[in-house]
Design a protein around this ligand. Sequence first.
Ligand code: GUN
Length: 277
Amino acid sequence: MIIDGKKEAEILRQEIKKEINSIKSKNKAPGLTVILIGDYLPSQIYVKNKEKSAKEVGINSDVVRYSKDVQEIEVLKKIEDLNNDSSISGILVQLPLPPQINKEKIINAISPKKDVDGFHPINVGNLSSGYSAIAPCTPLGCLYLIKKVEKNLSGKHAVIIGRSNLNGKPMAQLLLNENCTVTIVHTKTKELKNECLKADILVAAVGVAKLVKEDWVKKNSIVIDVGINKVGNKIVGDVDFETVKVKTKAITPVPGGVGPMTIACLLKNTLDCFKAR
Ligand code: GUN
């Protein structure tokens, strides 16, 4: 089975749209502000897509743009204003940031209640404690797709390749909360292939094109590919899709797998922040 992330994202967006429509009839709507600093092309594209998708489901969305040499204090002041603005439900500062801007300071400045990325230490801590938390959008999207294939994940062995704050670590927490046995493997892991072979659920989030080969994957496993790697003019994942797919129970393609779910989960987080307030 090839998991259709585009279709699943569309279903989720329709659900969100329906819920926002029913709220809007009471004259309220969620608001999302994205802060974009500099002219890094992939960020420009991501932000454009986020703004478009937000508007399509009825979220009031706005992008605040700064040049790449903006001072940190100016961005912090903007975040403070947005924290205090009751019409704003969610704030997202697009990463990466230019060198004069301290990522940690920026993430810590966003109100945890408006942190739709789920990057604030309060949300990270709540997620790892198994309390209610805003979880990062990409791993949330991965979990959503995994659960479409298999509802009960209890006792499953999940292996995550990559330990980033954006993907690997929150993915591990989400799967632990589902009672999986979780292994995180990374660049210093010995026996990488043998660890992957134990996985009922394998999540690849390292950014190495086609790293995961057919002989790394257990038969009938679920394989989720978070990678977006440019090889020539093509975008490929961290999994060698064509050879791996024949062994799996379900697998996500790149593009059209996890990617569309990330934005849909951002909309979901924005709606959840709105409802919580
Ligand atoms: N840059 C790449 N992915 C992300 C993301 O999920 N959130 C933010 N804020 N920046 C990113």
